[in-house]
Ligand binder design. Structure first.
Ligand SMILES: C[S@@+](CC[C@H](N)C(=O)[O-])C[C@H]1O[C@@H](n2cnc3c(N)ncnc32)[C@H](O)[C@@H]1O
Length: 265
């Protein structure tokens, strides 16, 4: 990925990255640490229940939206910047014959195509760190929530400045090295009108995911060697370095994964 992109180019580039074959191979349909188990925990922490209207911002291929609709009976809308992701999410919901209503739409987290006060709850998983203008995204999330509506995120957190090599590796993988400390996310959310924060550390699931990816990269190397995988912009050596350094930094507590919930005041 190119490091010198403007905000719109970053979003397109990022959506393309998360729609690529290589990412499908490495992450499957659930593109966040902790899988649906952590999504379920997030739903419980937010107190989701039947008929609640929920928005999943940057929903990827819709797995979490479908899970929340099935498990809690809420009406879930998924929104993502990637056209292919939205098409996949619609197809997944159709094939799974989800019992509660789900819908999926194309859109930008920083300019949500949604009326004010539409939702009881909004979630985002492993996505807030990607949005170039976080205050804008948080303000949009607050706008589409009803008063006292809840926002819940799980996301990559960086607890102290990263070594330079890791900074450039993260920029490559997450479009912008946009992750911050939990306190920074809380401060951004406060600016957007949120309060009553709950913050939980879930760094163990990030470690599990990065270890899994590391193992899968060996398989990718094999398939690519046979010429059966389009690697395009994907730099396998960079990915191997990133996962190796990532594991070290997660173990040291420099990089983590955090759940934050908040209420629109
Ligand atoms: C790491 S994936 C997470 C996807 C999903 N939340 C999940 O857990 O499976 C990040 C997602 O953010 C989406 N995305 C990136 N920038 C966005 C933006 N500005 N607005 C909406 N979606 C965006 C990408 O297309 C991608 O699907």
């Amino acid at each position: 990925m190119n490091d010198d992109l403007n905000s719109d180019q970053i979003k397109v580039c990022c959506a393309d990255f998360y729609q690529s074959d290589i990412i499908k191979l490495l992450l499957g349909d659930i593109m966040h640490p902790g899988g649906l188990e952590l999504t379920h925990h997030l739903g419980q922490t937010l107190g989701l229940s039947k008929n609640k209207r929920v928005l999943d911002v940057a929903c990827g291929r819709g797995s979490s939206a479908i899970h929340l609709a099935e498990s809690f009976g809420c009406q879930v809308t998924g929104l993502d910047y990637g056209t292919e992701n939205i098409a996949n999410a619609k197809a997944n919901a159709k094939s799974k014959e989800v019992s509660a209503p789900t819908s999926f739409k194309l859109g930008d987290a920083e300019l949500l195509p949604i009326d004010d006060g539409t939702f009881d709850a909004v979630i985002s998983e492993c996505s807030f760190c990607i949005f170039p203008d976080k205050v804008k995204a948080a303000t949009e999330i607050a706008r589409v929530l009803r008063p006292q509506g809840k926002y819940g995120m799980t996301d990559i957190t960086i607890n102290e400045p990263l070594p330079e090599d890791m900074q450039s590796l993260l920029t490559w993988v997450s479009c912008v090295a946009g992750a911050g400390a939990p306190e920074q996310y809380v401060s951004t959310l406060k600016q957007a009108g949120f309060g009553n924060f709950v913050v939980q550390d879930h760094s163990n699931v990030l470690l599990t995911l990065v270890n899994d990816i590391r193992k899968k990269l060996l398989g990718v190397e094999l398939i690519a060697g046979l010429g059966k995988l389009d690697m395009e912009d994907f730099d396998l050596n960079k990915a191997k370095r990133l996962t190796k350094r990532g594991i070290e930094l997660i173990e040291k507590g420099v990089v983590g994964y955090t759940l934050i919930t908040a209420i629109k005041l």
